[in-house]
Write a protein that binds this ligand. Structure first.
Ligand SMILES: Cc1cc2nc3c(=O)[nH]c(=O)nc-3n(C[C@H](O)[C@H](O)[C@H](O)COP(=O)(O)OP(=O)(O)OC[C@H]3O[C@@H](n4cnc5c(N)ncnc54)[C@H](O)[C@@H]3O)c2cc1C
Length: 484
């Protein structure tokens, strides 16, 4: 371990650990970032998982939240080689009749793909898109008094609805299915309160800036964040898996990019018995089963619009998607699960050898599941793209245990760092005045197990750093970007 002369130590280099480390370093502190793995980036790594020359995003792939992040937008990441590529269609949702609903920058064009619900869709989304600049910083934040209460109230009144209820605004299967696919990103039964929130945020993001991917892989975002941290004077050590606070050099503040299960292992003895009891009640959600393919050719989707989409939602109707999510939450493995698929190489030729392609997909499964879902996922792709399997050159899979083994933050395969339901949306990990503080002075949690939760936006890390800066150092945090 290096010379213990740090003001702050951050453990874990996911997007939140990196955001926290940068915010602390920007305030003029001496910061050490420690990572258990040899590669930095947490959920932002990219590697040749299948065959040489095929670069796969191991975890996150699509970055609407990173480009919308009020903190990441303040950072000069392009200077460090980060280039976002925005596919012409953010997301496509194919149906069994060979058509697809599509979401593009144009609200009107997207609405046209929804037939009879075109007007209802525009009526729902247009006010939210218009008010987004005023509410973005309050949506991607812990619970706080909003800057624009009326706009926030309008968003909240829709976002708090179960997706199955919000879908009643539509008469046709297409708009209902599209909304279900968006809401399913929240990884919980669609009849749960607030499942509309993720769906609406993702739709607004798609219409405002698209759903970009990072040229060269999500690793490019991690690399740019690390390069910026180092340029500010930050120190980095990899290959140091922290099992106890005693491993750390002395520092006035320690921020952990881990979830409650690891916090209990690392610092349990330092925490109050009430806080430990609260942490033990924290709930993890469904896991994911992930597949990456090396492909000889692009995926031959029947609906041509799907070939223009960075992300494709495979699951058909609201009824089918809702049943799959409900089943997985109850411990079942649906025969036709909702599958999230990304086809990065269609838009970024650096991902595969010339003329060849990559694809990335996952479905939701019960927490801790060891069931091999490869065939089930491939059958869902084949359903909307007959001939897909003939194009497969190589395949790599992760079940939930392999996912957790790869990154201990994915407890039981839960990629959100804990269920994002209404009971844990704002009070993750526990109900406290500041969710980032632990019961131990100077010790903070900065992972997606704190508000605003999962996804690559770095805002959990930013707000944890802001708390530590105020509590321990009496310093202000770097300002956030305000949408014009
Ligand atoms: C398959 C998959 C697909 C996803 N797709 C998307 C997507 O397309 N878009 C999106 O926005 N989000 C996506 N996500 C979610 C996103 O990756 C996470 O929400 C995000 O990475 C969480 O960031 P974090 O910093 O909280 O934690 P992580 O990114 O999980 O980082 C935690 C880091 O801490 C390290 N660590 C943990 N414990 C210790 C320890 N004790 N000692 C030292 N180091 C430790 C880990 O090695 C890891 O590097 C996806 C996730 C997965 C798994």
């Amino acid at each position: 371990m290096s010379n213990p002369t740090y003001d702050a130590v951050v453990v874990g280099s996911g997007p939140n650990g990196l955001a926290a480390a940068i915010a602390l370093q920007q305030a003029g502190l001496a910061v050490l970032l420690l990572e258990g793995k040899t590669e930095l980036g947490g959920g932002l790594r990219t590697a040749e998982l299948t065959l040489p020359g095929f670069r796969h995003d191991i975890c996150s792939a699509i970055h609407p939240l990173a480009v919308a992040s009020p903190f990441f937008q303040t950072l000069p990441l392009a200077q460090y080689g980060l280039n976002y590529i925005t596919p012409p269609v953010a997301a496509a949702h194919p149906f069994d009749d060979g058509t697809a609903a599509t979401v593009t920058a144009s609200l009107a064009d997207s609405a046209q793909t929804l037939g009879a619900d075109a007007d209802a869709y525009q009526r729902l989304l247009a006010p939210l898109i218009a008010s987004w600049p005023g509410i973005a910083n309050d949506v991607l934040a812990p619970l706080q008094f909003p800057k624009h209460p009326l706009d926030m109230a309008r968003f909240g009144s829709l976002a708090l609805l179960p997706a199955t209820v919000l879908a009643r605004r539509f008469g046709d299967e297409k708009a209902k299915g599209l909304l279900a696919g968006m809401a399913a990103h929240t990884i919980q039964p669609l009849s749960n309160l607030a499942t509309s929130a993720a769906g609406l945020v993702l739709l607004v993001a798609a219409h405002r800036r698209g759903w970009p991917l990072a040229q060269g892989g999500s690793q490019s975002l991690a690399d740019a964040l690390v390069a910026h941290f180092r340029a500010l004077g930050g120190h980095v050590e990899t290959g140091t898996y922290v099992r106890s606070l005693t491993q750390l050099p002395s520092a006035r503040a320690v921020l952990l990019d881990v979830t409650p299960a690891q916090l209990l292992q690392i610092a349990g003895h330092k925490l109050s018995s009430l806080y430990r009891w609260q942490l033990r009640r924290y709930r993890y959600g469904m896991g994911v089963y992930k597949v990456d393919w090396a492909l000889a050719e692009p995926i031959p989707f029947t609906a041509a619009a799907c070939r223009q989409a960075g992300t494709v939602h495979l699951g058909g109707t609201l009824a089918e998607i809702a049943a799959g999510e409900r089943g997985a939450a109850r411990g079942q493995h649906p025969a036709r699960p909702f599958v999230l698929l990304a086809q990065q190489s269609q838009f970024d030729p650096t991902r595969a050898p010339a003329g060849q392609h990559t694809a990335w997909a996952y479905c939701h499964v019960p927490n801790g599941s060891r069931v091999d879902m490869t065939d089930t996922i491939e059958r869902q792709v084949e359903r909307f793209a007959p001939g897909f399997r003939e194009r497969i050159l190589g395949c790599h899979t992760f079940d939930t245990a392999q996912m957790e083994d790869y990154n201990p933050n994915y407890v039981g395969g839960d990629i959100n760092g804990g269920v994002l339901d209404i009971r844990q949306l704002f009070t993750r990990p526990v109900l406290r005045a500041s969710p980032y503080r632990t019961s131990q002075r100077g010790l903070y949690l900065c992972s997606s197990a704190t508000p605003p939760g999962g996804g690559v936006h770095g805002m959990c890390g930013y707000y944890a750093a802001r708390r530590a800066l105020r509590d321990v150092f009496r310093l202000p945090a770097p300002p956030l970007h305000q949408e014009p």
